[in-house]
Write a protein that binds this ligand. Structure first.
Ligand SMILES: *Cc1c(COP(=O)(O)O)cnc(C)c1O
Length: 357
């Protein structure tokens, strides 16, 4: 079976972990600090703050912007649940708006229509590694004086008009095992704002910068140096990883003729965290998945259920939002293996099997 995701773990990653273990210094330390510096450089921002996960990065970023009870945060329903959950953790309300059919990303026109006096922030998700329509979103943020928190969990290295995602507002990344750059579990917050970076550093460490002085109510959202050591090796491989993902995607797009292949908007650079096709015209997606799996091709459905339709969200009153495009996408999308370890023979099999659907 060609797996839908497979983390690349080379000798450098293994040796880096052993080095940390031999040092006996396992907690957040100098490797985390170095990882933050390199991450910030890769994203073209002043600060990167490492956290325990992408989820805790989102949570801390929202809190650092002062978001809490009584506030509304506009986001997409077509994402991993962590996006919406992080908003609920703060006591604020997620407001779900529909997406664009071609990029699967939040629709800026609908964002502007959803703004109320309570709206405090927009949380777009650069889904599958394709940047959101940032010029429109930045315009809305400026006109309405809102915070911008980017869920960039899937988009490390992606560019919009020559600028990398995570550098438009406060960026939140995930380093979970299947992400383009990974360390097992981990996250990163990116920002050019000194004050936001400072608050994130406090929030991740029980409100403390100096030992046993706790300035605010904080959390334990710390990364450890074992994960940071892996992340440091991986971030050095980002260029090579992304190049391979793009080449794999290009082959699939050139050779798949029987399904809708991913769009790349003018001025955007996609990093293909997922390569996601659509079966339109009501074709049976479950049957297609069965056929592909039978042929030895791993698949993923990201995502089969909208965030606002999960049971606990429905109980909280979010179930009735009108989201026809996103609803349709939950039935049409199939993600195919595109990661750097997919071989040329794998790609040929994938394209020919998809064309038999
Ligand atoms: C992976 C992911 C997250 C959460 O990251 P974790 O590191 O698993 O906590 C959040 N949002 C999106 C879009 C993701 O893909």
């Amino acid at each position: 079976m060609i797996p839908i995701a497979k983390p690349y773990i080379g000798d450098a990653e293994k040796n880096a972990v052993l080095e940390v273990l031999d040092s006996g210094m396992l907690a957040q330390g100098k490797r985390t600090a170095r990882f933050e510096e390199e991450f910030a450089a890769v994203c073209g921002v002043k600060h990167a703050v490492a956290t325990a996960s992408g989820t805790t990065a989102l949570h801390a970023a929202l809190l650092a912007h002062g978001i809490g009870p009584g506030d509304e945060v506009i986001t997409t329903p077509f994402t991993f649940i962590a996006t919406a959950n992080s908003i609920l953790f703060t006591g604020a309300q997620p407001v779900f708006v529909d997406i664009e059919e071609d990029t699967f990303n939040i629709n800026p026109e609908l964002v502007e229509k959803a703004i109320t006096p309570r709206t405090k922030a927009i949380m777009p998700v650069h889904l599958y590694g394709h940047p959101c329509e940032m010029s429109d979103l930045m315009g809305i943020v400026k006109r309405h004086n809102l915070c911008l928190i980017e869920d960039a969990a899937q988009s490390i290295g992606a560019e919009y008009s020559g600028k990398r995602t995570g550098g438009f507002g406060t960026g939140c990344f995930s380093l979970y095992a299947t992400k383009n750059v990974m360390c097992g579990e981990g996250g990163m917050i990116t920002t050019n704002d000194n004050e936001i970076a400072h608050r994130c550093r406090l929030l991740r460490n029980h409100g403390s910068e100096r030992r046993y002085v706790h300035e605010i109510l904080g959390y334990n959202f710390l990364m450890n140096d074992i994960d940071a050591a892996i992340g440091l090796v991986q971030i050095g491989r980002l260029g090579e990883f992304t190049k391979k993902r793009r080449a794999n995607a290009q082959f699939l797009t050139e050779n798949i003729t029987s399904a809708i292949t991913p769009t790349v908007r003018q001025g955007c650079k996609h990093v293909y965290h997922q390569y996601t096709i659509r079966l339109d015209n009501g074709r049976d997606r479950d049957e297609a998945v069965r056929q592909l799996n039978q042929a030895g091709i791993g698949t993923g459905i990201f995502y089969p259920t909208l965030c606002n339709k999960q049971e606990f969200m429905v109980e909280r009153g979010y179930g009735d939002a009108y989201l026809p495009v996103a609803e349709r996408m939950t039935r049409e999308v199939i993600s195919l293996p595109v990661h750097p370890q997919v071989s040329q023979a794998d790609l040929e099999l994938i394209a020919s099997e998809v064309n038999k659907l």
